[in-house]
Design a protein around this ligand. Sequence first.
Ligand code: ASP
Length: 581
Amino acid sequence: MYRTHTCGELRIEDVSKEVILSGWVQKIRDKGGMLWIDLRDRYGITQLIFDESKADAGLIRKARSLGREYVIQATGNVIERFSKNPNIPTGEIEIVVSKLTVLNPSKVPPFTIENETDGGEDLRMKFRYLDLRRVVVRKNIQLRHKLMQHTRSYLDSQQFIEIETPVLIKSTPEGARDFVVPSRMNPGEFYALPQSPQTFKQLLMISGFDKYYQIVKCFRDEDLRADRQPEFTQIDCEMSFVTRDDVLNTFEGLIKHLFSIVLNIKLDAFPKMTYDDAIKMYGTDKPDIRFGMKFVELNHLVKGKGFQVFDNSRLIAGINATGCAGYSRKQLDALTDYVKRPQVGAKGLVYVKYNEDGTFKSSVDKFFNQEQLANWAEHFQAKPGDLMLILAGDPSATRTALSVLRLYMGKTLNQIDNRKFLPLWVVDFPLLEWDEETRRYYAMHHPFTSAKPEDIEKLDTDPGEVKANAYDLVINGVEIGGGSIRIHDRKLQQKMFDALGFTEEEANQQFGFLLNAFNYGAPPHGGIAFGFDRLCALFGGADSIRDFIAFPKNNSGRDVMIDSPAPISEEQLKELAIKMR
Ligand code: ASP
């Protein structure tokens, strides 16, 4: 028997029991006559004590020979501690060790296995199995487990069936880039790894499963950022005979359940905002609504007054920074530099200070008098002491830049409450997105998303104006999920492919299986998928999803621990009928 108890289990009630513990040596404190060892396992830490005056010399020698991260087994008696540690659950007891066995020695770990480690990111990733021993990282993985289990039990309670869909599928040109896998048995042909199980889950609706879900790996060969991984996990769902609001209600239920059971937070009903409103008021389709500073548009007030920048701009809009009228020249210059950085992309920044004495001081005093500035202030609902920050230019770029400035000011002014979670449904996305480079429309969500019924006619005349029956769930400015009501009519699907510039032949070649299936009684259906890694990071209060994935890839898509991707042998290449340059 390796152990009678775990390292997180023993309490004051266990005093005088004879126990056996196994675990890793976290820390050794050698005070001459006395020696203490913190023994760690997944469940906690228990203190072992060795008293030179009482114990056998051999035992003491053995204890002194241990190093950090040795795996040991200790047998001994539970006693009440002299100086208790209220910070850990086992802090009232310690074990007087009578027998010590080294189960496996350890090299000195390349970084300290502590919450505040001295290991850099690269080193920690190379030795990820050691990194995972750190309590903070282990807790993230346990949180992930918990969210996964509660997602499953909730969806099961709502009659959803978990069904696995294939991982070796077919490459299609829509969406992101595919990862492909060569087929040995079919030389020169390739599978693709799924970017999502989209078409399969729709086929399952045609099969009559009615409610499907899957916690599933998806693969996208995109450039990486902090919140992206080439392989990531989705909670993927689909339902039949549902309207948009049926889907939203069901999954609002799931998210509320998870918040309540995992974080003990009761969420209010999720508000809905149209995509157009989100863009107009926040400049982004994933607004953080934990704070105000909504955009104010000024076109009608500021044009034609001789200020070229405004006169030549299609949009002039700003935000009101409360209490910032006292900003110094230096602070304003810094803000200007901030918005002019290429990542933000504004050409300049116009400011108007609403002084405490009711006067105005602006960077455009030459063109606008006090009365005009007072009029702007009224629009901003600004008060004495506030600072209005205004950007101008092309509408889309201006809104994007202003949304970055809004977030920056929100953070700077401490207006974002980190303990708050404010979910939001963003609805009525555009169906199509025009791409100037390839001069064609792309599906904003994916080609299986239906248009709002009242907009279908516009598909022929004004495709860019058609709204989709699509929705995103946004929490605290992070896109957590997205989905849509699907097309279930063959003709309509064909029409959509037309709008996307597919010939009938191309559509048939790539999605013939789905178009065909639509001939056999496809029910009305819709669904959603949640980014599970992001959900975990949100619950764990972190920005990066990486710490919530046991074995993540780095920014270049590499697993530095197993050293992948890696070349394969000539032999293998030949077998796969792949010629290298
Ligand atoms: N398959 C979609 C995605 O991965 C989600 C959905 O429409 O259900 O974004």
